[in-house]
Design a protein around this ligand. Structure first.
Ligand code: 5GP
Length: 197
C-alpha cells in the first residue's frame, strides 16, 4: 500500500535494525483517515471469504482492526493481554512472548465471543516472529473457530513470522513489507496488495 509505505518513509524511525517506531500515525497518535483506507484495503481483499469476525490483540491493532470490521460489516473481538475479574472461569488463555518487550503475557478471550461457527480474520499492526498471530490462532482453535487469514500493516520480512504462518497453511496479507532497515534507510519488498488482486 503505497500510502502506508510513504508514511513509514516520512515518519517511521528505525530505532535499531529490528524495531521500527511508527508512533506518530499508528502506535501512539493514530491517523484515522489512514486507518480507514487500511480497513477498506483489507476488506476488499478478504470480502468474499465468509468472514464472521475480525480479531486483534490490544492495543495497537485495535484502530486498523476496527476499520476492517466496519468495512466488512462484522464484529471486532479484542483479545486481552491480561485476564479480567469479570470473566470468571469463562475464558480461554494462552501464553505469548512479546517481541518488543521481551516478556510474556496471557492472551485472554472470554468464551462468549468466538464459536465453532466463526471464520475469523486476524489483524495486527506488525508481524515479526509471528508469536502474537500464533497465540491468536491457538485461542481460535480452542473455540473451534477457523482462520480466514492474517492481515498486518507492517511485516518485517527479515524476521520469520510470515514463513512460520504460511508454513502452517495460513495466508498472510501485508500492506508494507520491510526487506531491511537501518537508521535513515528502509527498504521494501512489494506489498501483498500490489502483487495480488
Ligand atoms: P511478533 O509476535 O510477530 O513477534 O510481533 C508482533 C507484535 O510485536 C505486534 O503486535 C507489535 O505490537 C509488536 N512489534 C513487533 N515488531 C515491532 C516493531 O518493529 N515496532 C513496533 N512498534 N511494534 C512491533
Amino acid at each position: 500500500m503505497k500510502l502506508l509505505e510513504e508514511r513509514i518513509l516520512s515518519e517511521g524511525k528505525a530505532v535499531s535494525e529490528e524495531i521500527l517506531k511508527v508512533d506518530s500515525f499508528i502506535n501512539h497518535q493514530v491517523d484515522p483517515v489512514l486507518m480507514q483506507q487500511i480497513g477498506e484495503t483489507f476488506a476488499a481483499h478478504f470480502r468474499e471469504r465468509g468472514i464472521t469476525k475480525v480479531v486483534t490483540i490490544e492495543s495497537s491493532g485495535i484502530a486498523p482492526a476496527q476499520m476492517t470490521a466496519l468495512a466488512l460489516g462484522v464484529p471486532l473481538v479484542i483479545f486481552k493481554k491480561q485476564p479480567s475479574k469479570v470473566f470468571g472461569d469463562n475464558m480461554d488463555q494462552t501464553i505469548v512472548t512479546s517481541f518488543t518487550k521481551g516478556t510474556s503475557y496471557e492472551l485472554t478471550l472470554a468464551k462468549d465471543f468466538i464459536s465453532q461457527d466463526d471464520h475469523v480474520l486476524i489483524i495486527d499492526d506488525f508481524l515479526a516472529n509471528g508469536e502474537a498471530a500464533t497465540g491468536c490462532i491457538r485461542l481460535l482453535r480452542l473455540s473451534h473457530a477457523t482462520v480466514a487469514g492474517i492481515g498486518v500493516l507492517v511485516e518485517k520480512s527479515f524476521q520469520p513470522g510470515r514463513q512460520k504462518l504460511t508454513g502452517q497453511g495460513h495466508e498472510v496479507y501485508a500492506l508494507a513489507r520491510i526487506k531491511a532497515m537501518e537508521k535513515d534507510h528502509i527498504e521494501f519488498l512489494p506489498a501483498d496488495d500490489e502483487t495480488q488482486s
